[in-house]
Design a binder for this molecule. Sequence first.
Ligand code: IPE
Ligand code: IPE
Ligand code: MG
Length: 251
Amino acid sequence: MPQKPLPSILPAASAAPRHVAIIMDGNGRWAEARGLPRGEGHRRGVEALRRTVGAAGELGIAILTIFSFSAENWSRPQAEIRDLMGLLRLFIRNDLADLHRNNVRVMVIGERDDLAPDIRALVEEAEELTKGNTGLTVIVAFNYGSRQEIARAARALAVEVHAGRLEPKAITADQLGARLDTAALPDPDLIIRTSGEQRLSNFLLWQGAYSELVFVPIYWPDFDRAALEAAIDEYHRRERRFGGLVAHTGS
Ligand code: IPE
Ligand code: IPE
Ligand code: MG
């Protein structure tokens, strides 16, 4: 008897997680392993980012958050910071039109006040141009630190209490969450870190309370669709319980 064809619609358990966040790490080591300057690793990292944004859209991920520059990365040598800022400028100038054409919405989280005025303007332009798009949402964590973000949210609550608009006893986790940069967004289902390091480095500490963490041994410039799919497969093998007893299949 001929075999029945496989169903063309994938079962819900293998659907993509709604929100995937990535700590794009290992650009420098990728370059050093090849005798190249670290800046070359960052340039190849931008190519990996392009591939990953494309793959995320194709795989049906709704939100992709990427850690591109931490609040602590300012402690790197000036030349490297210049390289990284240059790449961000280039990325927005070269890729924004493509992202917009592909219906991608771009949002940026992190502290904006101390960014160079031209970078701030580019960030605002990217958000403004794409704000009506309904496809993949890409959240760029830039000059981002989770502790700083939580402190800012706490300060916002304190200002409201001081002004008499909020009772201290009305402060809840939801109230604080609503004052984070990610206020309107669901928490990440999956956080991926490349390069083999197994830490969060001040990324989405609040939002990642129940995220599944997947650590990938490859350096960021080598990341591609297959690596993303493998991390999502690993995510589907996890059992999410959120403190309860009933497993939730991630979707
Ligand atoms: C990630 O790669 C990019 C940024 C942190 C900006 P790294 O620059 O951290 O590369 P490694 O970890 O030194 O290899
Ligand atoms: C985290 O990577 C920040 C980004 C990927 C942008 P780092 O390379 O800065 O983290 P540590 O210093 O190894 O913890
Ligand atoms: Mg690193």
